[in-house]
Design a protein around this ligand. Sequence first.
Ligand SMILES: [Zn+2]
Length: 140
Amino acid sequence: MAKKVLLKLSASPVKSSKRFIISVNTMRINKDDQVLVLIGINNGKKSRVISVDRKKSKVTVEGVNVVHKHVRRSRRNPQGGRLSMEKPIAISNVQLICPFCSQPTRVGFRFDKEGVKYRVCKKCKADINIVSHAKKKITK
Ligand SMILES: [Zn+2]
């Protein structure tokens, strides 16, 4: 009997600590935005955003942080050789170029009366795009 009890005890899983839900902020920089790069060899370069990683808050920018990978000949690349690919950089190292005033700016957010969320250029105060449409009626 004692053995059985022991087995049961060991089999019972340890209560896992509560999972914290990480809220993913709305990104200030989206795909296909024009951005100014602030670090590295490409400091001051203007380029296009290829992809955005929301969880790691990183962006991949065209022609920035290019890494060369040496690849052996294989079935996938029968040629082999040097592959060049962009690696993601931290979102804080790029600055959005406003499509309206074409200046590197900070990005803000704004709600209108109906609760529609806009991405706003901090310099010229123009709405860059709509982030989310109104879901609930905001009383006030
Ligand atoms: Zn602007």
